[in-house]
Design a binder for this molecule. Structure first.
Ligand code: MV4
Length: 505
């Protein structure tokens, strides 16, 4: 069935709202923003064609209030709602409510979302269609005796997970028998308070895994394709920081096997729209189904850069009832893309949120660089929402070229007013293990400490040295500038001086 989409309400904020507005504009579709009282002057509101206030600053009183979003869609006469990621994007009740109100939901069916939202149901579905899962319980555990029997048969260490969870919430590693009962009580308590459902299940604990996920696209006519993988192992406390495509360890054969597993699972769930199937990959490159995300993901740009396919445009076309315009054979992976998430956090101070006004903003451009930003100079970063303010991505013909471009772009980037994770991203891009492709989800814990960051004190000392030498040398037309330690590091110190607005030529 063909449905015409002329106007889309975007039930989100920040960079992803802007990403969707851009797709709308390219397709001749009118965009409608929603905003909380704290976001009245935010970038997504300024870029949309129309905007409606949906409530007070806290998300629970605005972006998460389904009725307010529906009201705004009706007032604006939007044909469709795009939920972005986070907020209501994986809420099957919301998808149903949208459709019950005669509005197109740009995403999968409510039943696919509900199926994948329950982690034990998703695991069962994976097993049913022959996709490997980590050894463990079939469903939620019903007694401690059952849990002990399963744990003994698969062997410690094991991991207790919440059936309603995902993203690491309510997880507990158990290394020996004596800890099991206590760990179950705690995991159930955590699951109850976080999700209102204390069902927990058990899996064998895979040590030092990689997190690799497959992007899929499906239409409402049963066509499903995979668009390669994304390597997402560089995480900090279950928060992804760097993603890339392709993964340094995935061969064409492994990509095909993982891709076909992902498509089999999506087919079983009668899935349409964009979706992601997450896998754990062990040291021997065995892969195990972890969970499925039924939304557009933060890291979708790296897939777009290596496939040339606009995922948001495809989501919109799929929602209007169109068939996918390509098949599996048409999809080719070209080159390599890396994304760095820029958070307004202080990586020198345990990644504490950094709020305040963006006094000065100097983004990076140039060959192979894409930025999906949610902020403009003069904007204020507030406490209410996710601290991710922008995503910087680099494409290269090879992984090495992409890393080189990313390093250059991170060094060019200047944000004054809030602290950001740019120095952390630069640390990763300069790390030997990262460059070799030799890392897993333990990377940040094992490799990172704040003393490995290029220190702000270094920059201040550099500026001081540059000023000193500038004054001393201004009549001598000297190009080389001496540092306080006496070594000649012309470019670096000149660069530091320029960053501080001091001309040195
Ligand atoms: C695991 C695991 C090891 N073994 N499951 C964390 C988030 C959630 N989606 C699943 N997670 C894990 N599940 C088994 N059986 C290790 C993790 C894990 C992890 C996974 C992906 C990325 C980062 C991670 C960091 C710590 C633990």
């Amino acid at each position: 069935m063909k449905r015409e989409i002329k106007k889309i309400l975007i039930a989100n904020r920040g960079e992803i709202a802007i990403r969707i507005i851009r797709a709308c504009r390219e397709m001749g579709i009118v965009s409608v923003a929603v905003f909380s009282e704290a976001d009245r002057t935010s970038a997504h509101v300024r870029l949309a064609d129309e905007a409606y206030c949906v409530g007070e600053a806290p998300s629970a009183k605005s972006y998460l209030v389904m009725e307010n979003i529906i009201d705004a869609a009706k007032k604006s006469k939007a044909d469709a709602i795009h939920p972005g990621y986070g907020f209501l994007s994986e809420n099957d009740d919301f998808a149903k409510l949208v459709r019950d109100n005669g509005i197109i939901f740009i995403g999968p069916s409510a039943s696919s979302m509900a199926m994948m939202g329950n982690k034990t149901e998703a695991r069962k579905l994976a097993k049913k269609c022959g996709v490997s899962t980590v050894p463990g319980t079939e469903s939620g555990i019903t007694s401690k005796e059952e849990a002990m029997a399963v744990a003994k048969s698969i062997g410690f260490p094991i991991l207790i997970k919440a059936a309603a969870g995902g993203g690491g919430k309510g997880m507990r590693v158990v290394t020996e028998e004596s800890e099991l009962n206590d760990a179950i009580d705690r995991a159930q308590g955590e699951a109850r308070s976080a999700f209102g459902d204390d069902t927990v299940y058990i899996e064998k604990y895979v040590t030092q895994p990689r997190h690799i996920e497959i992007q899929i696209l499906g239409d409402e006519h049963g066509n499903i394709v995979y668009l390669g993988e994304r390597e997402c192992s560089i995480q900090r406390r279950h928060q992804k920081v760097i993603e890339e495509s392709p993964s340094a360890v995935v061969s064409p054969d492994m990509r095909q096997r993982m891709g076909e597993s992902a498509v089999a699972l999506a087919r079983e769930a009668k899935y349409f729209s964009a979706g992601t199937i997450e896998f754990l990959v062990d040291a021997e490159l065995n892969y195990y189904f972890l969970e499925m995300n039924t939304r557009l993901q933060v890291e979708h740009p790296v897939t777009e850069m290596v496939t040339g396919i606009d995922l948001v445009r495809q989501q919109i076309l799929i929602a209007s009832g169109e068939k996918l315009p390509f098949n599996q054979d048409d999809i080719k992976i070209d080159g390599h893309a890396i994304e760095c998430r820029i958070y307004a956090e202080d990586c020198d101070n345990n990644f504490a949120p950094s709020i305040g006004k963006i006094e000065h903003l100097e983004p990076s451009y140039g060959p192979g660089i894409r930025e999906d930003s949610g902020i403009f100079e003069g904007d204020t970063i507030q406490i209410y929402y996710d601290p991710m303010i922008s995503k910087l991505a680099a494409w290269g013909k090879t992984r090495g070229e992409a890393i080189g471009r990313m390093r250059r772009a991170l060094r060019e980037y200047a944000i004054v007013g809030v602290e950001t994770t740019i120095p952390f991203c630069l640390f990763v891009m300069e790390n030997k293990k990262f460059i070799e492709g030799n890392f897993d989800t333990g990377f940040v814990a094992q490799e990172f400490s704040p003393d490995k960051l290029t220190h702000k004190e270094d920059l201040i000392a550099a500026v001081a040295a540059a000023v000193h030498d500038y004054i001393r040398n201004r009549d001598q037309k000297s190009q080389a500038i001496k540092t306080s330690s006496g070594s000649t590091k012309s470019n670096k110190w000149k660069w530091a001086g320029r960053k501080a607005g001091i001309g040195l030529d």
